[in-house]
Design a protein around this ligand. Sequence first.
Ligand code: ZL4
Ligand code: CA
Ligand code: ZN
Length: 393
Amino acid sequence: DYNIVRPKGYTVSFHANPEMEKHHFGQTHPMKPWRLTLTKSLVFAYGMPFAMDNFVTRAATYEELKSFHAADYLDYLATAPPEDQPQDIDSADREIKFNLGGSDCPLFHGLYDYCSMSGGTSLDAARKIVNRQSDIAIAWGGGLHHAKRSEASGFCYINDIVLAILQCLRHFPRVLYIDIDVHHGDGVEEAFFSTDRVMTCSFHKYQPDVFFPGTGGLDDNGPKSEHNPGAHHSINVPLNDGITDEQYAWLFESIIGKINQVFRPSVIALQCGADSLAGDRLGRFNLQVQGHGACVAFCKKFNIPMIIFGGGGYTPRNVARAWAYETSIAIGCDTKIPDQIPAHTPWREHFVHDTLFPTLEQILGEPRANRNSAKRLQDIVQHVHEQLRFVEH
Ligand code: ZL4
Ligand code: CA
Ligand code: ZN
């Protein structure tokens, strides 16, 4: 028997702006904002809004965006004319300013609105956390971890995560940033390189010169200098193709459990990029919806205020499955959620298998070869534990 009820003793808030979902990066670009519509369709079909406070978010203001981004970058972002023809080649003769207008970060119609809405969604979520009006705030439209102060990168233009963390730092001493997107969370890491009030920890596929962005090696732990309090506060977990749910859960719990002990965060900011799932168009891992969600469940058990962001995710049906399941974990109805996708779900035909938890065989046919040895994973955990000896709070 499945009945959605509001969780007792805590509040979950859900932040989204339907206008954001109507934007297009271009016909064949992997980033499809429409995946947010598909996610909400599942969240609604399962009745989850009854158990949350639901907000239609506003766009972030120019002043808010300026708390991290440079004015000349924002001005160009707001005024650069959209390109009608999507750029298929990054031609050498075309001038590219701030990395805007290439094939990864195209200039599309309504770009500034799209960016400020994503930023506004994460800022609204952060505001609910600092006002103690919610315990878990969900912003699936955020999570754009590659954007720099004056540069677009990897489908990301505005770093909504940095904006949200800065908001939290005005009210809380320490923020732990965790990133389970298949790509390295370089923009967030770099933004907080020189402070010991934010610890960042990214799990990602690591293969320089082959896999984007090429940073995030095991030894990249923040600039080491006597005068940098941020040294040892960047943790990176570089992985190879094909990691499984079991391996990932072991790594995640060994590392995040230890970080929680030594760093004692006052807030957790969790980026849940769904491109780490098996069958993702850009991904390389063998994670299932259950394994991805287990990370959210593990963080929830700490009972620390938490913001949950979206991020990557390029096979929309799998993104929607993971983020709907993770919404159910936040509410606490995950153990009762039916595997069968409700008959009345809009766009139900997109879920090729009518289940929330398709098997690896259903998703992939043949699972991807696993290139992560047990020995290598143990070495990673040992290295991270040694790094954490330098950290005390
Ligand atoms: C595409 O089909 O590795 C962009 C990008 C556009 C449409 C048609 C153009 C075809 C894959 C990717 C040419 C595309 C050439 N279209 C793209 C070094 C690269 C230079 C650009 O999940 N080419 C750059 C970025 C990564 C690179 C990943 C992940 C974001 C996040 C958070 C960002 N960039 C090589 C690629 C396509 C495209 C098909 C593409 N781009 C795949 N990987 C990249 O972490 C949201
Ligand atoms: Ca990551
Ligand atoms: Zn990604």
